[in-house]
Design a protein around this ligand. Structure first.
Ligand SMILES: [Zn+2]
Length: 175
C-alpha cells in the first residue's frame, strides 16, 4: 500500500494520492511530510521515508465536485449496509428504488438506497410504508468526492485520527 493521505493546510483530509505525486509536492515545497512509513526512498541525491501522510503548506479551497450517481457510489454512501435491515457485506447488496420505478420513483440520490437482496425481494414493488420497511436514514446526495475513496477497509493506523473527524462531518451531512 503506497497511497498517501493529503491533508489541507488546516489538517483536514483532502484526498488520497500516489507516493510519486506526494514526493513531488514535498520537493517542490508545496507540502510537508506529516507521517512517513518505515520504507526508505533513496536516490544518489536524496533519501527520505516513503510518505504516508502529507500536509499542504497553503490552503486548498475544496472544489464542490458533484459525486457521480452510480450504483457503486450509492453502495459506498450507505457503507454497504442494507438501509432496511442493517445487514452489511459488499457482495450481497443491491440498489433499491425507495419509491419503485413502476410507481414513478426517480433514479436520484434521494430515492436510491443500498438494500440486501432479501429486503429488495421482500419489498418488491411497494413503497417502504406499504411494505412496512423503514429506512435507517434519509438518503441524500453526498457533497464531496474524497470521502468515497476513504471508505475502504484497510487504512494505515496513522490515517485514522484525521479521517475520524472527516467521517464525522460526512455522516452529519448524510443524516
Ligand atoms: Zn436487508
Amino acid at each position: 500500500m503506497t497511497d498517501v493521505l493529503v491533508l489541507n493546510f488546516t489538517y483536514e483530509a483532502l484526498n488520497i494520492t500516489s507516493f510519486q505525486r506526494a514526493v513531488k509536492l514535498i520537493f517542490s515545497g508545496k507540502a510537508e511530510m506529516v507521517h512517513g512509513r518505515t520504507t526508505i526512498l533513496s536516490s544518489p541525491t536524496f533519501e527520505m521515508r516513503l510518505p504516508s501522510i502529507i500536509r499542504m503548506l497553503y490552503y486548498i479551497k475544496r472544489p464542490m465536485q458533484k459525486v457521480a450517481l452510480t450504483k457503486k457510489n450509492v453502495l459506498l454512501r450507505d457503507d454497504y449496509m442494507c438501509q432496511y435491515c442493517g445487514l452489511t457485506g459488499e457482495r450481497l447488496m443491491t440498489v433499491d428504488h425507495v419509491v419503485p420505478r413502476s410507481k414513478g420513483g426517480p433514479s436520484t440520490w434521494e430515492n436510491l438506497v443500498c438494500s440486501c437482496m432479501r429486503c429488495n425481494n421482500r419489498k418488491n414493488n411497494r413503497s417502504p410504508e406499504h411494505a412496512n420497511m423503514h429506512l435507517r436514514r434519509k438518503p441524500k446526495a453526498p457533497k464531496y468526492i474524497p470521502w468515497i475513496r476513504i471508505k475502504r477497509n484497510t487504512l494505515p493506523d496513522e490515517w485514522h485520527k484525521f479521517l475520524f473527524l472527516y467521517n464525522v462531518s460526512i455522516e452529519e451531512r448524510i443524516e
